[in-house]
Design a protein around this ligand. Structure first.
Ligand code: FAD
Length: 447
């Protein structure tokens, strides 16, 4: 029996393993991973396709060998968990190379198996030129195809974050890009200010976006891929990407542990599941949202790293509670950075808050300083208390400066008067005195 068994060798799993080893250096820890490549930044995948990052290897932080050498933790790759048996403290594991199945027993178990791409039932993903984009192995296949076949027309099904990052990457490689989404607008899960900015950028770049289009079939005809929509309109492409979201990779333990409807393992703020010796973290698990005061599914690398670290500390005798997420995220689309924290007006109203919304547009540096770019920020506050509930930022500069300040304010429960006068940094090359976030807060506090 190993003291600690970790399923998954990426953000959540390895963060947990490292914490356990740091706190209990003599304990026996074993990491099991279905994939061949461990410890990498999936978030960088689009930038390898665009050519900003020269090779997939640049995304890899550790190999199994280097991880064992530097951290003293062995990793078994190409081993897949097939079932969890809490009574016996064991996991059924299949060696994907030999086909052999065996049981591994544990003292404490961490599930960090991430998510898997949603597959569309009418797509044969084995067709040449048809791809998901989720793992570094997917990336390697895509790069090989792009280099060998030199496709000219790409179709992307799904205009969420990954679809948009991919559209930019393919455009910058010189492909003609067509995007399809069942929703009327791109970036459908983002607030309207961001959807509008994305729509305008798509037009500017002459990417074709077909909203309200449900692709119903995909086949290879006369050497080309043909997509057919619900109204029988058909579209040709040389390469097709299906990026329509992810679902927790928990098929092997859904019957054993409490999960949300989508299969995300329910954990408390310590990362513990309904079984006391089983923890879960990352894209396979739900996470506490402190504005909504409930668990949500919000799969992001930032949260996977934090929750993995917290679970690892608690598994090895610590006692640390995750304060929760508030929905902070940022994405790049060509020159734009698009960011959000807390609740948008639509989300806040859906949750029953009465809110007010204010926006302001300002340059991100002193107006006379070269390279100053427009930034637009929208804030949402609770009507009665004036407490900040959320912010949205769109900028051709880096929106992180507004969104991280707003995230701290939302998290701390600050009201808009404090936000309007907070002691922000100013020097012409970096920021103006009255930036877009502060200006929106000034408007909101009617000063
Ligand atoms: C293209 C792309 C861009 C992204 N961009 C961003 C971004 O900009 N910002 C951001 O915050 N997030 C981003 N993400 C999301 C981020 O990558 C994930 O949230 C993060 O990787 C989740 O970490 P994880 O450890 O939970 O899961 P994963 O990284 O998915 O790792 C899961 C591990 O579990 C293993 N595994 C799976 N099933 C089993 C099994 N049954 N048995 C054993 N092992 C198993 C896998 O092989 C892998 O080692 C992006 C993701 C993609 C794909």
């Amino acid at each position: 029996m190993v003291d600690f068994l970790i399923l998954g060798a990426d953000a959540a799993g390895l963060s947990a393993a490292v914490q356990i080893k740091r706190r209990l250096p003599d304990s026996e820890i074993r990491v099991i991973s279905k994939g061949r490549i461990i410890s990498y930044g999936a978030c960088g995948i689009p930038y390898v396709i665009s050519g900003d990052i020269p090779t997939p290897q640049k995304l890899v932080h550790n190999t199994p060998e280097s991880f064992e050498r530097t951290r003293g933790i062995p990793v078994r790759i190409r081993h897949e968990a097939k079932g969890v048996f809490p009574q016996e403290h064991s996991v059924e594991i299949r060696d994907l190379d030999t086909g052999e199945t065996y049981r591994e027993t544990y003292g404490k178990l961490l599930i960090g198996t991430g998510a898997q791409p949603v597959v569309l039932p009418f797509i044969d993903y084995a067709l040449e030129g048809v791809f998901n984009l989720h793992t570094i192995e997917d990336l390697e296949r895509v790069l090989l195809f792009l280099e060998e076949k030199k496709p000219r027309r790409a179709a992307i099904i799904g205009a969420g974050n990954i679809g948009l990052e991919l559209a930019e990457a393919l455009f910058r490689r010189g492909l003609r890009v067509q995007m399809f989404d069942i929703q009327p607008e791109p970036a459908f899960l983002w607030p309207s200010m961001i959807r509008k900015a994305v729509t305008a950028k798509i037009r500017e770049k002459e990417i074709e976006f077909l909203g309200g289009t449900a692709i119903r079939s995909l086949e290879r005809r006369n050497g080309r891929l043909v997509l057919t929509a619900q109204d029988n309109a058909s579209f040709e492409a040389d390469v097709v990407f299906s990026v329509v979201g992810t679902t927790p990779a928990t098929g092997f333990c859904r019957d054993t542990l409490n999960t949300k409807k989508n299969g995300a393992i329910i954990t408390d703020r310590h990362g513990q599941t309904c079984e006391p010796d089983i923890y879960a973290a990352g894209d396979c698990a739900s996470v506490y949202h402190c504005l909504l005061d409930r668990n949500v599914y919000f799969p992001l690398g930032s949260t996977a790293n934090k929750m993995g670290r917290i679970a690892g500390i608690n598994m090895s005798g610590g006692d640390i509670e995750f304060p929760g997420v508030i929905g902070t995220q940022i994405v790049k689309f060509f020159e734009l950075s698009l960011a959000k924290t807390g609740l948008s007006q639509e989300e806040a109203e859906k949750e029953g808050f009465r809110v007010r919304r204010y926006s302001a547009a300002r340059l991100d540096k002193a107006s006379y300083y070269p390279g100053a770019e427009q930034a637009k920020v929208e804030i949402v506050c609770e009507d009665d208390s004036s407490v900040l509930l959320g912010a949205v930022a769109v900028s051709e500069a880096n929106a992180v400066q507004f969104i991280d300040a707003a995230a701290v304010a939302v998290f701390a429960g600050m009201d808009i008067r404090d936000l309007a006068w907070f002691d922000s940094a100013y020097a012409p090359p970096f920021a103006p005195v009255w930036n877009a976030l502060i200006s929106a807060a000034l408007k909101a506090s009617k000063v």
